[in-house]
Design a protein around this ligand. Structure first.
Ligand SMILES: O=C(CO)[C@H](O)[C@H](O)COP(=O)(O)O
Length: 225
C-alpha cells in the first residue's frame, strides 16, 4: 500500500457517528474520503464540509452527505493533507491551491488531523515553496513587494494562464528555501494588502498521521516541545 494511502485511511479511525467532518483537499486525503464513502455506505452518519470544488465532486460521487460552511457553527474534526510539516507540527499547505478555504475550515474545527507520507516531514519549513493567495487586481504590486522582501515569488501558472483558486484568486509561490521564523513571516504576510491568505498553518494541526513503509506514526502537537 502507498505511504499516503496508509496515512489517509488511518484517519477514519478518529471519526465518530454524528460528527461534522471538514474534508481537506489533495491526493492523500483522497484516501480518507474514499474510506469515509465506504463507511457511509455501511451506515456511518456524518456530514462533510468540503474545502474545495475537487473535494466536493469526490464526496458527491461517493454519496457523502455535505453541508456548506454557512450551515455549521462548528466542525468536530477536519482531516486534511499538508505539503511540509516540521517537528512542532507547524506546516505549509496550499500546494493544491485550496489554502484559503482549508484555513477557513481549519479555524472552525475543534480538532485537526493532517495526513502525510513521511517525505513531508522536515527540519525547517520552506523547501516546499510557500503559497500565498492573492487578489488578481494589483497582484503585480504584491509580487514586486515579495521580490523586495527577498521571498523569490513566482506566479503559479496553469495551462498558460495564472492558476485561479476556487475563490477566484491567484497563487504566488514563495521560493524561500528555509523559513527560520514562520511566525514572523506569517505576521508580515498578513499585513500586505492584496494577500488574502498565506500557506503557513501554524499551531493548527493537533495530530499528524505519517505514512511510512508499512506502518503509520502519529505525532501529537505539544509533545515535542
Ligand atoms: O494544501 C493542500 C491543497 O491546497 C493539500 O492538502 C496539500 O497540497 C497536500 O496535498 P497532497 O496530499 O496531494 O500532497
Amino acid at each position: 500500500m502507498l505511504k499516503k494511502q496508509l496515512a489517509g485511511e488511518k484517519a477514519v479511525e478518529f471519526i465518530e457517528d454524528g460528527m461534522v467532518i471538514g474534508l481537506g483537499s489533495g491526493s492523500t486525503v483522497f484516501y480518507t474520503i474514499q474510506k469515509i464513502g465506504e463507511l457511509v455506505k455501511k451506515g456511518l452518519r456524518i456530514q462533510g464540509v468540503p474545502t474545495s470544488q475537487e473535494t466536493t465532486l469526490l464526496a458527491q460521487s461517493l454519496h457523502i452527505p455535505l453541508v456548506s460552511m454557512d450551515e455549521v457553527d462548528e466542525i468536530d474534526l477536519t482531516i486534511d493533507g499538508a505539503d511540509e510539516v516540521d517537528r512542532n507540527l507547524q506546516g505549509i499547505k496550499g500546494g493544491g491551491g485550496a489554502l484559503l478555504y482549508e484555513k477557513i475550515v481549519a479555524c472552525t474545527s475543534r480538532k485537526i488531523i493532517w495526513v502525510v507520507d513521511e517525505s513531508k516531514m522536515v527540519e525547517l519549513l520552506g523547501g516546499f515553496p510557500l503559497p500565498i493567495e492573492v487578489v488578481p487586481f494589483g497582484y503585480k504590486q504584491v509580487v514586486r513587494k515579495m521580490e523586495e522582501e527577498g521571498c523569490h515569488p513566482v506566479l503559479r501558472i496553469s495551462n498558460g494562464s495564472p492558476f485561479q483558486t476556487d475563490g477566484g484568486h491567484y497563487i504566488v509561490d514563495l521560493h524561500m528555501n528555509k523559513i527560520k521564523n514562520p511566525e514572523n513571516l506569517a505576521e508580515k504576510l498578513q499585513k500586505v494588502t492584496g494577500i488574502v491568505e498565506n500557506g503557513l498553518f501554524l499551531n493548527c494541526a493537533d495530530q499528524v498521521i505519517i505514512g511510512g513503509q508499512d506502518e503509520v506514526k502519529i505525532e501529537t502537537r505539544g509533545k515535542n516541545k
